[in-house]
Design a protein around this ligand. Structure first.
Ligand code: FMN
Length: 151
C-alpha cells in the first residue's frame, strides 16, 4: 500500500508532531500541499490530509488542493487536525469543509483524527502542552487501526 500524508502545520508545528507519529506506521511519504501535483495523487492507495484548524477550518492550502484533485471512485483518504478546542461530537465539524470537498471528488473517508494543539496567541494560551504524550499515543493507535482496517 502506497500512502501519502499531505500536511500543513505552522503555528507551533503541532500537527506536524501528530503526522510524525502516523508516518512511520503507514510508511507514508509526507508532502506540503504546495508540493503536491494533484495528478500524482493517483499513484497512492491511501492519502491523509491534515493541518491545524484556523478559523474553524483546515488551512486554505489543503482546501485549495482538494478543489484541484482529480475525481476518483475508490481512493481512500483520512483527515486529521489539531485545534485549541476539541469537539466532543463524533462528526468533527471543523473537518466538514475538507471532508465535503474530498467526498465530492469521490474519496472514501476511512477515518478522522483530532487532538488538542497549543494556541499561543491569546493570553497565556489555550491547550498548553498539547499535543501531549497521550495525544501522540492516540495518533499512533489511529494509524495502526488504519492499517488493520485495510486488511
Ligand atoms: C490564526 C489561527 C486561528 C485559529 N483558529 C482556531 C479555531 O478556529 N478553533 C480552534 O479550536 N483552534 C484554532 N486555532 C488553534 C490551532 O488550531 C492550534 O494551535 C493548532 O494546533 C495549530 O496547528 P499547527 O501548530 O500545526 O499550525 C487557531 C490558531 C491560529 C494561529
Amino acid at each position: 500500500m502506497r500512502s501519502l500524508m499531505v500536511l500543513y502545520s505552522y503555528h507551533h508545528h503541532n500537527t506536524e508532531k501528530v503526522a510524525e507519529m502516523i508516518v512511520p506506521v503507514l510508511g507514508a511519504e509526507i508532502k506540503w500541499p504546495e508540493d503536491v501535483n494533484p495528478e500524482e495523487i493517483k499513484e497512492y492507495d491511501l492519502i491523509g490530509f491534515g493541518s491545524g484548524i484556523y478559523g474553524g477550518i483546515h488551512h486554505k492550502t489543503l482546501l485549495e488542493l482538494a478543489d484541484k484533485l482529480p475525481e476518483t471512485t475508490d481512493k481512500k483518504a483520512f483527515i486529521f487536525s489539531t485545534s485549541a478546542g476539541v469537539e466532543k461530537s463524533k462528526t468533527i465539524k471543523s473537518h466538514s469543509a475538507l471532508r465535503e470537498k474530498l467526498q465530492s471528488k469521490g474519496y472514501i473517508i476511512v477515518n478522522e483524527f483530532q487532538c488538542r494543539g497549543f494556541l499561543g496567541k491569546i493570553g497565556l494560551g489555550i491547550s498548553r502542552g498539547h499535543p501531549d504524550a497521550q495525544d501522540l499515543k492516540h495518533a499512533e493507535v489511529f494509524a495502526q487501526n488504519l492499517i488493520k482496517a485495510k486488511d
